[in-house]
Design a protein around this ligand. Sequence first.
Ligand SMILES: Nc1ncnc2c1ncn2[C@@H]1O[C@H](COP(=O)(O)OP(=O)(O)O)[C@@H](O)[C@H]1O
Ligand SMILES: [Mg+2]
Length: 257
Amino acid sequence: MSNTTSDDSLITTEVQADSNDDRAAAAAGTAVAARNLNVYYGDEQAIDDVTMEIPEKRVTALIGPSGCGKSTFLRCINRMNDMIEICRVDGDVEFGGKNVYDADVDPVALRRKIGMVFQKPNPFPKSIRDNVAYGLKIQGFDGDVDERVEESLKGAALWDEVKDQLDSSGLELSGGQQQRLCIARAIAPDPEVILMDEPTSALDLIVTHNMQQAARISDQTAVFLTGGELVEYGDTDQVFENPHSERVEDYITGKFG
Ligand SMILES: Nc1ncnc2c1ncn2[C@@H]1O[C@H](COP(=O)(O)OP(=O)(O)O)[C@@H](O)[C@H]1O
Ligand SMILES: [Mg+2]
């Protein structure tokens, strides 16, 4: 494969089982659903009539060439696009069966349930411990904070490197460590959904030449192509090995993108 894109984004919904097979065996309802979703930046359309159900207890990957709308789609789910003035969202995004764009939805409360890890690491200018504990404090967590900090750092494969310097600034870490810190910060409050926007592009522990392989840790893959069109969506093995769409086949085999 000649395709060296790192454009993989992941949506993780309360994954509990340890292997893909265990997860496949578990019955799953719908965590998030987009219905006839259209997104515009001014006159430019970035998402084109996407309808898609994202199951709970699964890892769903979004792949596609740069500019196909992956980040835009992720930001619709926890209403991060609200921050972009020229962005207009049409259609529904349901979370737990409710449209997150309903007038009575508090986007801040929504983002507590739907965490996010961005492409560029963005630790707070705080200690490593306080970065990870940040969401717990907001949430009024009444459990053992140190224990949760340790579990989260272990979950993000960072604990061994930082356990003796929890009071030093998160900003002193390397780029890859900062990204793992942001993953620890996202998982600490135990959100129902985690949106990861190309999280591996900043990870120094992933050394594969073909970042698209990262999508293969997912259970399901959605392929977006230019114009914000959802062209293929199914089990990851099927999408990579036997895509229905010829355009997706071309993309995956590196003919374009
Ligand atoms: N803040 C923004 N303002 C204007 N246009 C944007 C903005 N963010 C993204 N776009 C446009 O929307 C389209 C989709 O972008 P994006 O969601 O970032 O794609 P991807 O994450 O797949 O690279 C692109 O044409 C991009 O230029
Ligand atoms: Mg993007």
